[in-house]
Every structure is written in C-alpha cells, then in structure tokens.
Design a protein around this ligand. Structure first.
Ligand code: MD3
Ligand code: FE
Length: 221
C-alpha cells in the first residue's frame, strides 16, 4: 500500500517539474470526482456569477472569474486585491466546497485552511499572460490549483526570470506551488479544445486555493 487515501482521494505519484516546490499530481480526481466537484462549482457560480474583470489599465481579461471562501481575488481600475464580497452583486462569496478543503488538508502541508478560492473560466480562446501571484500577505502558504475541463498548456519559470518550460494540465490534475516555486512566473498559453467531455460546451475551469491573509492576523476565517 503505497497510496495515501483521505476522504476517498487516492494520491497518485507526483510528477517532477524541474522547478523545486512545483509538484503536479496528474489525474488526482477521477471522472466521478470531477463531476461531483463540477456540481459544487455550478452551485458556487449560481451564488456568485462569473464576471469579466478588467486590469488596472482597463483591459478586459479573456478569462471570466468568480470566487468562493472568506476572501476573493478581484481586479479593477483600482488595482488587484482580496475582498469579502462579489464586486457586482456585493454579496459575500459562497463557501469553499468541502472536497477542496480536503484536498488542501491532504496535500498542502499547511496547518490553516485556505481563505480564498479563485474560480477561473477559460473559453477556448482565453489565456493568461506570464505573471507572479503577489497579492497575498502570506507567501509561506502554498498555492494549490485544480484543473477541470479542457487541457491547458501551462507555462512556468523561476521567480528570478530565465527560461520557461511548459506542462499540460488536464481535467482532474492538481498542482501545488510552495517554497521556492511560490513566486514562480506562470501563465496559461492556451486551452486545447475538445480534450475533455466534462464541460458540455467545452472550456476549462481552474480553481486556485490560496491563503490571502496570514492565519495569525485573525482578519479572516
Ligand atoms: C501560484 N491561474 O489565477 S493556477 C491565477 O490555470 C493563475 O488559471 C492559472 O495563475 C490557471 O493567478 C494557474 C495555478 C498556479 C500555477 C503556478 C503558480 C498558481 C501559481 C506559481 C506560483 C504561484
Ligand atoms: Fe497566477
């Protein structure tokens, strides 16, 4: 028995990415687990509709977004930040689905739960430029991502710059960025249409669990 199971999750062998602290678990979620999680995300999107943010410079994202959890990441002309309410409905974000908290508990190695979960929805032509995630107050917490739907070409490189590599992230894959990889440069080059039948109209959903505020701050969760 080399597999570790918690809450019906089988943790497959991790893939090494050549970047210390960036670990990918291909197929962590099987088909039924992906369907169940998609149902949870549909409920999140009913409570907190997807919207299209703009950058501080006023350019529309090609990705639509929403959030769940105590805090959500938003972008508008005032900048990037975490806030407790949806920018269009002004309602609090819905809770993070329990299965995502279980995955975090199992894989993150971090004692506090995530306080933010960004939901990114990519239509077939959407992409995300190379960037660093620096809007969080706590870089000691990892970032954990779950991919659903069509496969994406994910690009990454060291925080300091230099060459980049790419890896395909498919439906059910989970990755973690911690330690030296926490401030890695990363982005989505493209989504490959027709690679998954999970979403009836295609596209890709990425769920990113983060710790926006340090647990000891007591300002969240
Ligand atoms: C954090 N999203 O929303 S998530 C983002 O697939 C974002 O939607 C991508 O980057 C997506 O900010 C990737 C996973 C991820 C990957 C690499 C990282 C998060 C990361 C490297 C450092 C820190
Ligand atoms: Fe990012």
């Amino acid at each position: 028995m080399s597999e570790d199971t918690v809450s019906n999750l089988i943790v497959p062998p991790a893939l090494n990415t050549g970047l210390e602290g960036f670990v990918v678990w291909p197929g962590l979620l099987d088909a039924n687990q992906q369907i169940a999680l998609l149902d949870d995300i549909r409920a999140v999107v009913r409570a907190a509709p997807l919207y299209r943010p703009v950058t501080p410079g006023g350019k529309a994202f090609s990705v639509r977004m929403t959030n769940c959890g105590p805090l959500g990441w938003v972008s508008d002309r005032k900048g990037y930040r975490y806030q407790p309410a949806h920018p269009e409905t002004n309602e609090p974000w819905p809770p993070i689905p329990p299965v995502l908290l279980s995955i975090w508990n199992e894989l993150s190695g971090y004692s506090a739960p995530p306080d933010a979960c960004l939901v990114n929805f990519y239509e077939d032509t959407a992409k995300m430029g190379l960037h660093q995630d620096k809007d969080e107050a706590d870089f000691t917490a990892p970032v954990l991502s779950v991919s659903l739907g069509d496969t994406a070409v994910f690009r990454y490189g060291a925080a300091e710059g230099g060459p980049t590599r790419s890896v395909r992230l498919a439906s059910g894959d989970v990755c973690i960025l911690s330690g030296p990889a926490r401030l890695a440069r990363h982005g989505i080059d493209r989504v490959i249409s027709g690679t998954s039948r999970l979403l009836p109209s295609g596209g890709r959903i990425n769920l990113t669990l983060r710790r926006a505020v340090a647990p000891s701050d007591g300002t969240s969760t």
